[in-house]
Design a protein around this ligand. Structure first.
Ligand code: CA
Ligand code: CA
Ligand code: CA
Ligand code: CA
Length: 448
């Protein structure tokens, strides 16, 4: 029995010792496999880390480039002082910031095939906070419902304009809110307003680059639902603003409010100083013969006084319309697109064409040239809605990292009314995708 047991133990030990080399081999193979897979995992992790750091470097570069672009644009605006910024050159296209390249994209409203670059004058737009109902209604792709609802949205009262809406309407919506009863702070706020449809605001230009892209011309196949007619039907986005305003009486210099009869004495003195005693009597007679000694606008003063252009220009900086410190929403006739000019009261297409053809070679810092472009009645009728100076500009900045792997797009609005060109609005548009030619992206990646 004991022997038998010993034999069994021996047999087992024997069997174990026979299996040993195999077991060792299997264990070795396993260890090797585990080590190998660890190496693979580690190297993959390393590769991912390297890629991630390259990508995060690209992001940092793109962000730095965007910031450099914003600083550059601010400098351009503050240098422009009260006159318009240069248009038509190339200081906004493919600029090198060191950490990357940037473009300041601007939709060319008369060309949907090519990108255009530069700053956009917010003063050349219709201000949603100050425009009359009649002016709003003349905007392209504006509806009567939305125009009325904009008036209700911004006015402080709760009386419904025909077709408009006050809180009763908004409180019944799925996600209810009150009518604002205060000025709009962004243009996109119209999407909150009754009738403020995405299609009216942006039109077919889904990526807001001013160019007809493939998806914007394939009907329902991909967003947006366009009419595939080979043309970009934009919304009213590029014709409206909420940012335009200008100092009126400010600037330190004493100004004369020409809308007030009480300023008559001051105004007479200014005329006398400017044209001399002899001509003063003629000018004074002209004014008295044509109406009371007060004026709705600077251009009305110019026309009714029949001053010489050079004399008027000397007086112009001293004249204020009303006694408010600032005026909201005057349309800059030097820069406004035709669609915006057409919104001004009483203007027809031929008047707008005349303005656009005359303004190109005129001294734009004075409003005097308008007298050559329009007949007197029409010029005086739009006088109180227009200006020739702008203080707010917007820039649609596209910034690409040096290695071409990352980009950012920011829409910024810059206010220079106080001379410090401050950014008053900044919004990322990166989610809309790369808005320029795809070749730019491909080529910059190839250079790696
Ligand atoms: Ca209201
Ligand atoms: Ca587009
Ligand atoms: Ca489409
Ligand atoms: Ca179309």
């Amino acid at each position: 029995m004991k022997r038998e047991l010993n034999n069994r133990i021996l047999t087992m030990a024997d069997r174990d010792s026979r299996q040993s080399p195999g077991t060792v081999l299997i264990v070795t193979i396993w260890i090797t496999l585990v080590l190998a897979s660890m190496v693979i995992v580690m190297s993959r992790t390393l590769r991912v880390d390297v890629l991630a750091s390259v990508n995060s470097l690209s992001s940092v570069q793109a962000e730095a480039t965007a910031n450099a672009a914003i600083a550059y644009v601010r400098a351009r605006v503050s240098n422009s002082a009260e006159s318009s910024v240069d248009y038509g050159e190339k200081p906004f296209e493919d600029m090198d910031s060191g950490s990357g390249r940037f473009w300041v994209l601007r939709p060319n409203l008369s060309d949907d095939k090519n990108h255009d670059f530069g700053l956009t004058d917010e003063g050349g737009k219709i201000n949603l906070n100050s425009a009359s109902l009649e002016m709003l209604l003349k905007l392209p792709s504006m509806t009567s419902e939305l125009a009325n609802a904009i008036i209700d949205w911004r006015d402080s009262d709760s009386e419904i304009t025909a077709g408009g809406a006050e809180s009763e309407y908004y409180l019944l919506l799925g996600e209810s809110y009150n009518c604002k009863n205060a000025p709009l702070e962004t243009v996109e706020e119209v999407l909150l307003i009754k009738g403020g449809d995405h299609d009216y605001l942006y039109g077919e230009d889904l990526n807001r680059n001013g160019v007809l892209d493939d998806n914007e011309n394939d009907a329902q196949q991909t967003l947006p639902a366009d009419n595939s007619n080979g043309k970009l039907e934009p919304g009213f986005l590029n014709y409206v603003t909420v940012y335009s305003y200008q100092p009126n009486g400010g600037g330190g210099e004493q100004k004369i409010d020409i809308t007030s009869r009480r300023s008559g004495g001051q105004l007479r003195n200014l005329i006398r100083e400017t044209v001399g005693e002899e001509d003063y009597f003629i000018i004074n007679e002209n004014i008295i013969a044509s109406g009371p000694y007060r004026f709705q606008s600077v251009i009305e003063f110019y026309i009714r006084s029949d001053l010489k252009e050079e004399d008027f220009k000397k007086m112009e900086p001293r004249l204020a319309v009303g006694d408010d410190d600032e005026v909201t929403g005057l349309v800059n006739i030097n820069t406004a697109p035709k669609e915006v000019l057409l919104c001004l009261p009483g203007l027809e297409q031929s008047d707008v064409d005349s303005i656009v053809s005359k303004r190109t070679d005129q001294d734009n810092s004075s409003i005097a040239w308008l007298k050559e472009a329009l007949d007197d009645e029409k010029a005086m009728a739009i006088g109180r809605y227009i200006t020739v100076t702008s203080y707010q500009y917007s820039a649609d900045i596209v910034a690409l990292s040096k290695d071409g792997r990352s980009y950012r797009r920011y829409y910024v609005v810059i206010d220079n009314a106080e001379g410090n060109a401050k950014v008053i609005y900044r919004k990322s548009l990166t989610h809309l995708g790369w808005p320029l030619d795809d070749k730019i992206l491909e080529n910059s990646k190839e250079r790696l």
